[in-house]
Design a protein around this ligand. Sequence first.
Ligand SMILES: [Zn+2]
Ligand SMILES: [Zn+2]
Length: 395
Amino acid sequence: MDVLEKKVVEAVEAVFPDLVRISSAIYDRPELGYEEREAAALLTDFLQDRGFEVEPGVGRVSTAFRASRGSSPAPSVAFLAEYDALPNLGHACGHNLIAAAGIGAGVALASVLPECGGCVRVIGTPAEEMHGGKIRLIEEGCFKGIDAALMFHPSVRNTVVKRTLAMTELRFAFHGKSSHAAAAPELGVNALDAMVLAFSGMNALRQQIPGDGRIHGIITRGGDAPNVIPAFTEARVAVRALERPVMENLIERVKGCIEGAARATGCTFEIETVGPAYEGLMPNRILASIFERKVEALGIPIDDPDPLGYIGSSDIGNVSRVVPAIHPELAICGFESLPHTSGFAVAARSERAETVMKTAAKALALTGLAVLRDVAVRERMAREFQCCRQEGESS
Ligand SMILES: [Zn+2]
Ligand SMILES: [Zn+2]
């Protein structure tokens, strides 16, 4: 480690008690997406106290923020902080740790700004779990002028180049006609039959789709009473694939299942898209390899498991399509407690998690330092980004 790197690492150590305090406070008062007022206040107060210029409610999202420090606008590195929780499970995705690592990395990298130049930002990105908050921030231009967007996610494994799936959620409903289910069934039009047929169609469809495709959902309205032919049923399904064109093809085929079920039963139907579409993550390999070297030197070996194994979707995918980004995962527990379970929630407030969060903050800050002070890194990173984008467009 050279002098600047040592300074960055020591700066994380110096604020570590504050990071633990803030991570624990966010954990203890879980707030759902777009309601993270206390978390946003804790994070922005901390950054403001350390010389960051804070813009609360950036992108017209009241619980988002952008905090900046630097003498010149470019080059610019942004650390992303998530801080939303899950209904009933609290911080079972460990976003309290993401937030703490993000502000820790921001403050640490800012401590060497006089030597390396440029700009350090921390962007508070609400509502990752349910509403794709980062997508709104992208649309509002909050990621413009940023050379690299860096974050980590707590996990059950250590990996830096994993992918995520593009995802769209659909809500659909069938309208039929109610009737007495025993006395006059022939006068009814059964919206539940349409729903069952639609799910049967999707189940059959699953056998003929690419391996990375996912179609899954729930029936949210199935009728009101067993002795009444249901006149209205409703469901929500998510459709996913690694690449957006594949996902869009699957959406058309799902719509075919819904239309077919309506036609077979004599129902009418409606389909709408819920929220913005998530893009698949394209981790920037140049940034990923720097992060990997740094985190391994700090004592966390990267497992490099199958990048397509155990993957979900996240709005960081959309960020990775507009700016070079990484979203490495670091283990805070084993596979027996997967994210979005109560076991993972327990792990997210453990001593091990705090140590991992500290190491993540250091490795993120060191990766940011490489971007700010080395024009060759920025060029290689930008080339890789363009190359991936073209591949994505042509697939
Ligand atoms: Zn999650
Ligand atoms: Zn998460």
